[in-house]
Design a protein around this ligand. Structure first.
Ligand code: NOJ
Ligand code: CA
Length: 522
């Protein structure tokens, strides 16, 4: 069964730039992670997923990869990564590496060669180079939109345009080209050979494009999202993953709203799991969450894949901030500066949501800092922002830097033990984070950290079958996992309880479960 560890694992996401700084230059690194591995082991997680650690100009936080077989010098060396994988493994922690197949950095040797070569050259065939429309080719080749806003085409001095679904520094690879496919199979082997237990696949639903790069037309298959020919690619990846002992795991980042289309990626010969973004996008509302849980479980069952439960990641507004707002959904499109939030309310709900997501059947993902209850940092000085999403929106979208602020470990003032005393971290930390440090929360049974530690430990007992309990009052989520019941009260009234309490997200009042509180009962 340990071969199928991913079916109900708790996986911790490390954003290396912001986790811990080992050499005191203000930027997180692999030495910093190695020094904190016992923290992760004590948290009780089964695996660590690392955001990209490859050599990168950091035009998109490392999702612009210049060399898939190396480590960014700011983070360390390849030998250090190997050592980190080994050290983690000694503590029972598996390593998941982030693979970025849709695009490369504009500094990647392939793209540099393509720029140096002529239009129509084999070097350019590895990407999507096209002539423009209009009389002099001055208009982009089609009507597509960048995932980061604006036009996904950039024109070169020689007149040709190249496609980048994200920032201009991230040219899209041409997945119709056999060399692109072969290269990625080699990259998978490279990291699997170094002990990676699996890979997280970036932008996994976007790789293949309509052969004519046709405009988006309602009623026709989308020219670049969720195309049918993606599946043969992931089947070839699965064959590589299965050729290892123990088999390696494929985890997809797939933003496909249709649950049935989503589950197609999880058929037995494709990926093992994929992030459940539907759950994360839902408002703090019992009916909406229940619907998401039902749809998720119903879609996963026929393909035999476990669901995943995710509340946050390095792209998403921090949970305690989101749940304290009037609109508690997550949507990229509506992100804006100055959205009011009530952090006490948000933290209360985030605690309840943590117990909810930990009790559901499947794998759990948590993003560094979630276990500390960090809020989104919404007042970063504009001149410190780095995210291309902010810049490409013309400055209206605050971007994702606010959820990427370095972790507070200890002490009463920045840098809170993240880097050496007196050094500014690469993004400034708030002045009021002293109560949120690991040091401050350690040993406080009421802290978010204690809730996560206890929840992740106790969650191992929640392996029984899932079923909704009948007759739950409106606004209450009530289900069982075997002989454990999980109740989440999103209604306005306290809920009478019976049974032995295993864990609660907040104290009960007169034996009743208050609003915005979750409990596990036996
Ligand atoms: C998804 C990643 O999570 C995000 O951070 C990145 O900007 C895009 N893919 C492009 O690689
Ligand atoms: Ca450093």
């Amino acid at each position: 069964m340990s071969e199928q560890w991913w079916r109900n694992a708790a996986i911790y996401q490390v954003y290396p730039r912001s986790f811990a700084d080992g050499n005191g230059d203000g930027i997180g690194d692999l030495a910093g992670v190695r020094a904190k591995l016992t923290y992760l082991a004590e948290l009780g997680v089964d695996a660590i997923w690392f955001n990209p650690w490859y050599p990168s100009p950091m035009a998109d936080g490392g999702y612009d990869v210049a060399d898939y077989r190396g480590v960014e010098p700011v983070f360390g060396t390849l030998e250090e990564a190997e050592q980190l994988i080994a050290d983690a493994s000694d503590l029972g922690l598996r390593t998941i590496v982030d693979i970025v197949p849709n695009h490369v950095s504009d500094q990647h040797p392939w793209f540099r060669a393509a720029l140096a070569a002529a239009p129509g050259s084999p070097e350019r065939d590895l990407f999507h180079f096209r002539e423009g429309r209009g009389e002099d080719g001055e208009l982009p080749p089609n009507d597509w939109k960048s995932e980061f806003g604006g036009c996904p085409w950039t024109r070169l001095p020689d007149g040709q345009w190249y496609l980048h679904l994200f920032a201009a520094a991230q040219p899209d690879l041409n997945w119709a080209h056999p060399a692109v496919r072969e290269e990625h199979l080699e990259i998978l082997r490279f990291w699997f050979d170094r002990g990676a237990a699996g890979v997280r696949i970036d932008s996994a639903g976007l790789l293949t494009k309509d052969p004519d790069l046709a405009d988006v037309e309602p009623g026709r298959p989308h020219p670049y999202v969720d195309r049918d020919d993606l599946h043969e690619i992931y089947r070839s990846w699965r064959a590589v993953a299965d050729s290892y002992s123990p088999p390696r795991v494929l985890i997809g980042e797939i933003w496909v709203p249709d649950a049935e289309r989503f589950a197609r990626y999880l058929r037995p010969d494709e990926m093992h799991t994929a992030f459940n973004f539907d759950f994360l996008a839902r408002p703090w509302d019992a009916a909406a969450l229940r619907e998401s849980i039902d749809t998720t479980l119903a879609a996963h069952a026929p393909v035999g894949a476990p669901a995943t439960w995710v509340l946050a990641n390095h792209d998403i507004t921090r949970t305690v901030t989101r749940y304290g707002r009037e609109d508690t959904r997550f949507q990229f499109a509506t992100k804006s500066f100055g959205t009011p939030t009530d952090l006490d309310l948000g933290r209360r709900r985030a605690r309840a949501a943590a117990l909810l997501s930990m009790a559901l059947p499947g794998a759990l993902y948590l993003y560094q800092g979630e276990e500390l209850g960090l809020p989104e940092v919404e007042d970063l000085p504009l001149d410190t922002l780095q995210d291309p999403m902010h810049f490409r929106s013309g400055g209206t979208d605050p971007g994702r830097d606010g959820c990427r602020v370095p972790l507070p470990w200890s002490g009463t003032h920045p840098p809170y033990g993240f880097t050496r005393e007196g050094k500014d971290p690469w993004l400034p930390q708030p002045l009021d984070w002293a109560p949120l440090t690991v040091e401050a929360q350690n040993g406080d049974p009421a802290s978010m950290l204690a809730l996560y530690r206890e929840g992740i430990r106790t969650r191992r007992e929640l392996r029984g079958e899932f079923g909704w309990l009948p007759d739950a009052p409106e606004g209450v989520l009530a289900f069982r996992r075997g002989d454990v019941r999980c109740l989440v009260n999103l209604s306005a009234s306290p809920l009478p309880l019976d049974g032995e309490i295993l864990l609660a997200s907040a104290p009960l009042t007169d034996g009743r479960l208050p609003t915005d509180t979750a409990v596990w009962l036996r």
